[in-house]
Ligand binder design. Structure first.
Ligand SMILES: NC(=O)c1ccc[n+]([C@@H]2O[C@H](COP(=O)([O-])OP(=O)(O)OC[C@H]3O[C@@H](n4cnc5c(N)ncnc54)[C@H](O)[C@@H]3O)[C@@H](O)[C@H]2O)c1
Ligand SMILES: O=C(O)C[C@H](O)C(=O)O
Length: 347
């Protein structure tokens, strides 16, 4: 995938003349898909100058709806959109894709725990892993959105051994953005002035939204968010629970899971991965653990990362206090259990 930030203005116009990037969205007839594909076609994912070809996959019962989404994409006359593949054939969907956003699956309904949806989803991810491995472009970047996102990504990684493990990630950027949003609401500051929150672990209610290193831009300079909030009880209680439970709160309110915020955060995730994170800013991504921060290796776990030249790196050297340590370990434990459960569903 091209990185327009590496080009001079003259070369950026050369990028326009280069090949479009092929972006796969699975579950494209669903509600996240419907919010996501226009964002991709408008350049919110890969930049305002990068042409794209959308590959949209869904299952046969959704084929007619998928065709309708394709009709709307044509009707919207997006200048960056150079083609649309709408299919129920996984091979056609995966062929030649540079970016794969895996949204397809069975969503959690009100009252369901995430574990309830696991068995329905891990078998989908096992079979789609093989299709991506065989047919996607070399170096395809994969983002798994469908829940259980971390464990689906892990299954995809395990059953697509020829895709580099660094290329398989899951979405915790929505949780990251939710944490930024809560701090901005509390302090009545603009959300873009808050940075460097961290989501550790699972995209579930055991995730640990951590503001220990977060800062807020003020007229007097950059200040620690903790100092400005000045309420440890709120930070260690209500704030964490609100972010952990936000997905459930949206389901309760909408009777559907979050869609526009999930789609927007998926664009943020890929954009920063491909184009790089701003200097001094990190974001949260679910990535394959290398044992950093004593998180067990071999899990897809959300860490603070910076991105450059299309590669993410885990931010190293952050101090972890005793409160945080317990939270990091609890969410790792849940992921270890999910991994075992996923394998038992597959066998
Ligand atoms: N990681 C996150 O932050 C996050 C946030 C919100 C939702 N989600 C998850 O994203 C997923 C999608 O949510 P949604 O609201 O769009 O659901 P949805 O039910 O509206 O859409 C899912 C789509 O996937 C399709 N699908 C089912 N099986 C498929 C398969 N094998 N291949 C391709 N497509 C398939 C369905 O037909 C449907 O069109 C859910 O698992 C949801 O829990 C994750
Ligand atoms: O929790 C869910 O299933 C919904 C989704 O993952 C979300 O965070 O909004």
């Amino acid at each position: 995938v091209l990185n327009p930030r590496n080009f001079s203005p003259i070369a950026v116009s050369a990028v326009m003349a280069m090949d479009p990037v092929r972006v796969l969205v699975t579950g494209a007839a669903g509600q996240i898909g419907y919010a996501l594909v226009p964002m991709v076609a408008r350049g919110a994912m890969l930049g305002p100058d990068q042409p794209v070809i959308l590959h949209m996959l869904d299952i046969p019962p959704a084929a007619e709806a998928l065709e309708g989404v394709k009709m709307e994409l044509i009707d919207a006359a997006f200048p960056l959109l150079k083609g649309v593949v709408a299919t129920t054939d996984v091979v056609a969907a995966c062929t030649g894709v540079n970016v794969a956003v895996m949204v397809g699956g069975f969503p959690r309904k009100e009252g369901m725990e995430r574990k309830d949806v696991m068995s329905k989803n891990v078998s989908i991810y096992k079979s789609q892993a093989s299709a991506l491995e065989k047919h996607a472009a070399a170096n395809c970047k994969v983002l798994v959105v469908a829940n259980p996102a971390n464990t689906n990504a892990l299954i995809l990684k395990e059953f697509a051994p020829s895709i580099p493990e660094k290329n398989i990630t899951c979405l915790t950027r929505l949780d990251h953005n939710r944490a930024l949003g809560q701090i901005s609401e509390r302090l009545k500051v603009h959300v873009s002035d808050v940075r460097n929150v961290i989501i550790w672990g699972n995209h579930s209610s055991t995730q640990y939204p951590d503001v220990s290193h977060a800062t807020v831009k003020t007229q007097g300079g950059e200040k620690p968010a903790r100092e400005l909030v000045a309420n440890v009880e709120w930070l260690q209680g209500e704030f964490i629970q609100t972010v952990q439970q936000r997905g459930a709160a949206i389901i309760k309110a909408r009777k559907l899971s979050s869609a526009l915020s999930a789609a927007s955060s998926a664009c943020d995730h890929i954009r920063d991965w491909v184009l790089g994170t701003p200097e001094g800013t990190w974001v949260s991504m679910g990535v394959y653990s290398d044992g950093s921060y004593n998180v067990p290796a071999g899990l897809i776990y959300s860490f603070p990362v910076t991105c450059r030249d299309g590669e993410w790196s885990i931010v190293q050297g952050l101090t972890i206090d005793e409160f945080s340590r317990k939270k990091l370990d609890a969410t790792a434990e849940e992921l270890t259990e999910e991994k075992a459960l996923a394998y038992s569903c597959l066998s």
